[in-house]
Ligand binder design. Structure first.
Ligand SMILES: NC(=O)CC[C@H](N)C(=O)O
Length: 387
């Protein structure tokens, strides 16, 4: 059991709404964008997802910490959330996999949280007013002083954060079994499960830093390029968009997840916009319009692509189409591109087929990527593309 001593803590939203509770995790002050996640499980994966950089995550599941922490579930080498808000922390850990308590881990990684908050009221507030800046203080800072800090903090709109979370150096995740393909994966905040899902399909993944150039991609001898999930505003991350346009001009097959979907959208000339409060959780219904099937999926996004859902769009890079939509609100959840010769070249989804945490309904998308690379391997399109 955790021996951490709880002290009074306060949470203040930028519109002045204030919640009082107790410290949870490290004591101190933290600032970020308040967002809520409806996942009933998978808090370790959520905390370690680099896409949550600069976000204070409110968990709608009332009990958090029940299964402690273990060495297998993290999606990266550290916790990335800027702060953590829970209703009722577990008093004891119950899992054969646990190596420690969540609260001790939050302390060890200096993550400031608050517990004892009416997370239902807070979530309803965010749902009605939209995601907004927030502060948590458990170090004696007054609510008034905290509100001043919150109002001075940068907002998520306009934030270019990929460089803050990407790997320092390239690394390789080997294929399991026989190697079939080589993929250059641009790390905009990649989750560990993604190269793992590739490896299961015989894909050797070369993870490259966010600042990678097209020469870096070509040096890998990639059969395909992948862009990962990641934090921040897609409109502010221009270097990755330019790289992707170059990749598509060379007709190298592409697959993108979440931020990677937003990068594809922007590369094709669509805008991205900020959703009122975003999609975060592991039970969002999405329809794959190419098959008519509905899948239940994991989400973590605050921005979305603005593209017409009723017709294909001609772009300088080929014909673009919205392939997936969220059935809750019709938000664009997937895109596909055919090259100017009409052959499939690229696709992406706004949600998380790597499923960590979350249901595995969308795993077929990794197979679709392998099929795309197989279809295009050695094709005239590729060679003419100058590879
Ligand atoms: N998980 C992600 O890749 C998130 C993408 C982007 N930062 C958003 O919030 O929409």
């Amino acid at each position: 059991m955790s021996q951490v001593v709880r002290t009074p803590a306060v949470l203040v939203l930028e519109d002045g709404r204030t919640f009082r509770g107790e410290s949870y995790g490290a004591r101190g002050t933290t600032l970020g964008e308040a967002v809520f996640s409806t996942g009933m499980t998978g808090y370790q994966e959520t905390l370690t997802d680099p896409s949550y950089r600069r976000q204070v995550v409110v968990m709608t599941a009332p009990h958090i910490g029940n299964t402690g922490v273990n060495a297998d579930d993290p999606e990266s080498g550290r916790i990335w959330v800027a702060g953590y808000v829970v209703r009722d922390p577990a008093r004891r850990v119950s899992s054969w996999r646990a190596t420690g308590t969540l609260e001790d881990e939050l302390v060890a990684q200096d993550v400031v949280g608050i517990s004892g908050v009416d997370t239902r009221a807070l979530t309803r507030h965010l749902r009605e007013r939209g995601a907004m800046r927030v502060g948590i203080a458990s170090d004696g800072t007054s609510a008034e002083a905290l509100l001043d800090q919150v109002r001075e903090a940068p907002s998520m709109a306009g934030a270019d954060l990929a460089a803050e979370v990407t790997t320092d150096a390239a690394y390789v995740v080997e294929a399991r079994g026989e190697k079939r393909f080589t993929v250059a994966a641009v790390d905009l905040g990649i989750k560990a499960m993604t190269p793992h899902r590739m490896a299961e399909r015989g894909i050797e993944t070369h993870v490259l830093p966010a600042g990678a150039t097209v020469d870096d991609v070509l040096a890998v001898g990639a059969d395909g390029v992948f862009f990962s999930n990641g934090p921040g505003d897609p409109a502010a991350t221009t270097g990755a968009v330019a790289l992707l346009q170059e990749v598509l001009r060379r007709r190298i097959p592409f697959f993108g997840i979440c931020f990677g979907n937003q990068m594809l959208g922007r590369a094709l000339g669509f805008d991205t916009y900020k959703l009122k409060y975003g999609h975060r959780g592991i039970n969002q219904p999405v329809m794959d319009r190419t098959t008519g099937k509905v899948e239940v999926t994991a989400h973590n996004h605050g921005f979305a692509v603005d593209a017409p859902t009723d017709r294909p769009v001609e772009t300088p890079l080929g014909i673009a189409e919205v392939t997936h939509v969220c059935l809750n609100d019709d938000v664009v959840e997937g895109l596909a591109l055919r090259d100017p010769d009409g052959r499939p070249l690229a696709f992406s989804v706004q949600y998380h087929p790597e499923a960590a945490a979350g249901p595995h309904d969308a795993e077929y998308l990794f197979d679709r990527f392998a099929d795309l690379m197989a279809d295009r391997a050695g094709s005239a399109g590729n060679e003419e593309g100058g590879r």
